[in-house]
Design a protein around this ligand. Structure first.
Ligand code: NAD
Ligand code: WQD
Length: 335
């Protein structure tokens, strides 16, 4: 029995592949490499000393996905493949609905045909929308403010409906908060194309002198120091969360949404200070106006993951920044 990892060459996928291989699972990776490089796959092999089959295919490509299912006995899927840039989704919603929603539907049709009904899905804290109180709990109402967020909501709905129609399905909807950090080897990490949209990758590029200074989006929020507060979670903790979720779906049927976060919020300036400590470099910044669509503060109630999976994030902000800097320093031009 093998685990098929879609999007396994990407940031969270590559770290999860390492965790799966180290835990003794056989994996098959499927990725169209639209936002990842083949080097990531080599690095996974280098870290683990293990090999695995790779299919360069799109989740929308019936022939490519079908081939992976025909050639391997797939017991469960961890489904990371998707586009994730909020701003791009506003400009090009059809691309996002096609890739993330139609892609997942097409992919699940092939899963069903192959009789594989166990899936761990990459959802996001974005499904809590703008009006819930913090910390976010899984039973809160969900909503979205941009097409990317709607794709996550829609796929949560589709996978929930699948279970309602056929109780043999087992679905884990993992709502990630803000994944950062890198594998401690410094061989894999986050490697965005172009100018990063997210805080940590931006800070990394300032630290190596590729960007001049950080733009802090607002210091007038009702938070500890006025800057935005998020629940940053180490990508290796997240990878371990996927192992726990996988074991859960392998042993149960049903559908469950589960937060993967630390339960603790950190402000932009706290992240900057931690990164400066970790790297020994100054991160110059200016205060800019708020970024449209941003919320002031949110973080997870992380108790359900502990209750259901026995998972709890172990690594703190200093380790996240240390590992992120280690990856950046070793790969200043990316992978
Ligand atoms: P990533 O872009 O690094 O990884 C996604 C991978 O999927 C990439 O390797 C890309 O090439 C591949 N891919 C995209 N569309 C595909 C398609 N149609 N067919 C095959 N492969 C395809 O992103 P990530 O940060 O690792 O995120 C993984 C998942 O987690 C995504 O679904 C994302 O929406 C979700 N998520 C990410 C974050 C975050 O902040 N990184 C937060 C919440 C949820
Ligand atoms: C974090 C904080 C910014 C960049 C996004 C998606 C979300 C999820 C995770 C996928 C905020 C501030 C940022 C910068 C800054 N992705 N910031 N200067 O917006 O919390 O979440 O990624 O599901 O859906 O929206 O993450 O890293 O962009 O921002 O001051 O250059 O850093 O205002 O307070 P965000 P982020």
């Amino acid at each position: 029995m093998k685990i098929l990892v879609t999007g396994g060459a990407g940031f969270i996928g590559s770290h999860t592949c390492v965790a799966l291989l180290e835990a003794g699972y056989d994996i098959v990776v499927l990725d169209n490499l639209c936002n990842a490089k083949p080097a990531a796959l080599e690095r996974i092999r280098q870290i683990t000393g293990k090999d695995f089959p790779f299919y360069q295919a799109d989740i929308l490509d019936r022939a490519g996905v079908g081939q992976a299912f025909r050639e391997h006995d797939i017991g469960a899927v961890i489904h990371f493949a998707g586009l994730k840039a909020v701003g791009e989704s506003v400009k090009n919603p059809l691309l996002y609905y096609h890739n993330n929603v139609a892609g997942t539907v097409a992919f699940c049709q092939i899963m069903a045909e192959a009789g594989c009904k166990k899936i761990v899905f990459s959802s996001s804290a974005t499904v809590y929308g703008p009006t819930n109180p913090i910390p976010y709990r899984e039973e809160f109402p969900t909503s979205a403010t941009n097409p990317y967020g709607y794709t996550k909501l829609m796929v949560e709905q589709i996978l929930s409906d699948l279970y309602r129609a056929d109780n043999e399905w087992s679905v884990s909807l993992l709502r990630y908060f803000n994944p950062i950090g890198a594998h401690e080897s410094g061989l894999i990490g986050e490697d965005p194309n172009g100018i990063p949209n997210n805080l940590l990758p931006y800070i990394c590029q300032v630290a190596v002198g590729k960007l001049e200074k950080l733009h802090v989006y607002g210091n007038d929020y009702d938070t500890v120091d006025g800057t935005g507060v998020r629940d940053y979670v180490h990508v290796c903790d997240l990878a371990e969360g996927h192992l726990q979720a996988l074991e859960y779906v392998l042993g149960h049927t049903g559908v469950d949404a589960v937060n993967l976060g630390t339960g603790k919020g950190c402000s932009v300036l706290e992240v900057v200070a931690a990164y400066e400590r970790a790297s020994g470099r100054r991160i110059p910044y200016v205060i800019d106006p708020r970024r449209p669509g941003d919320l002031g503060e949110y973080y997870a109630d992380a108790s359900k993951a502990q209750r259901v999976f026995g998972w709890k994030a172990k690594r703190g902000l200093d380790e996240m920044c240390r590992d992120s800097w280690n990856f950046t320093k070793k790969n200043p031009a990316g992978l």
